[in-house]
Write a protein that binds this ligand. Sequence first.
Ligand code: PMP
Length: 361
Amino acid sequence: MSRVWNFSAGPAALPLPVLERAQRELLDWNGSGASVMEQSHRGKRFIAMAAQVEADLRELMNIPSDYAVLFEQGGATQHFAQIPMNLAGEGDTADYIVTGHWSEKAASEAATYVGVNIAANSKSENYLRMPPREWWKLNPGAAYVHIATNETIHGVEFQDAPDVGSVPLVADMSSDILSCPIDVSRFGLIYAGAQKNIGPSGLVLIIIRRDLLERPVRPMARIFRYAEHAANDSMLNTPNTWGWYLAGLTFEWLKERGGLSAMAEENRKKSSALYAAIDNSGGFYSNPIDTPVRSRMNVPFTLHDSALDAAFLQESEAAGLMALKGHKAIGGMRASLYNAVPYEAVEALIAFMRDFSQRHG
Ligand code: PMP
């Protein structure tokens, strides 16, 4: 077996012990004589596991009891639409802070269901910095304020939950959930697609303050209503049982590793080492993001001469470094450093980058 160092932006690396455990348990899960994928979500084994997974997440993130946790489907993209369906009524508006590709997409998908007010937007600066909080044009009557805490493509990350007063803050945390401790009570709703820091694609976590489930909103089918999902323990219909199970293995792994404070330290160490290597490369590599808001999870960088890109990708792959090609929207390279990417992987990448720059400099 040869595993590579995987820098994929998502679906992304999963912790090796999680994969190994899933492999061991695949044919006979929990003494049932069948895999977890082959049994009813209404069975006692699955129900008990599901409850434990939620309890572990609550412990890891210190989620207050007045928040519901939902295990949903549809990708974060579906929830770009479902969030305004559930939080905004006829004639309401919501504030969107646009700091990159994903928050821009969230705003455009929401526009079918809510009046979208772009309260701040750093597009004209190519998303290289965050719009300063004092420039945001928030509407105190907004149904909610939406941010993406980390922009997976552009590599900018909020360092803290912004203060938006009493309007509920809604955050797409798809690419930085579980990477450090956060104060959940600062948010009205947190959502995250699983395929970066949680598990396989096809699962979306939603953490929602319970009073927001009661908002009088438009008529819609039960399947779209978060309140219905909460009332049915995310089993209104058949959930993504495999995703739920793997998320649980990841949460156990995180607890064994020392929880989110330990991950924060590790993630800071990994990203600082890579940014330092880029900044100290004498201009061979560069990352143009405003230093205080550089993402700890996704590090986009360019080579001083894009004619070297193909060689960089080919040679890095040959060196066992997978998926460094940047997103087509901005080109160049990108290294994603989620929880499951160990410090050793970053060391291997830095060593390769140094060697490459010496040979091609
Ligand atoms: N938000 C962010 C921050 C993302 O990185 C992504 C995908 N990588 C999405 C939303 C969309 O997720 P999905 O493809 O699961 O709908």
